[in-house]
Design a protein. Structure first.
Length: 104
């Protein structure tokens, strides 16, 4: 199962994100630059394989993960506020990792 075919992320003013680096069979990550100017993230799931998905973010050194939101077959998309523009930790970083965990 390829993570690219199951979900995607839209950040206003940026290209659609559908390419993720697999971590294992149910987890994948991608890097987002200039997070302090991101106020919202749209996250969507294609209705296949019976999975839901949870979206997280992590700051360097990418060891702790913070929940952004989740989607499932009953709610296959969502727009999530990040509040990153007011987060002092995010203002001082150039990139964040977004992590997706597929859940049955």
């Amino acid at each position: 199962m390829s993570a690219q075919t199951l979900f995607g992320i839209i950040i206003p003013g940026r290209p659609l994100i559908t390419e993720f680096q697999p971590v294992d069979a149910t987890k994948a990550i991608t890097v987002v630059e200039h997070p302090s100017i991101i106020n919202e993230i749209a996250f969507f799931l294609l209705p296949t394989y019976g999975y839901g998905a949870i979206l997280y973010y992590s700051l360097p050194p990418f060891q702790n993960w913070i929940l952004i939101g989740s989607i499932d077959l009953q709610k296959p998309s969502g727009i999530f506020r990040t509040n990153w523009s007011t987060n002092e930790d995010i203002k001082s970083t150039v990139v964040v990792q977004l992590g997706v965990s597929l859940e049955p």
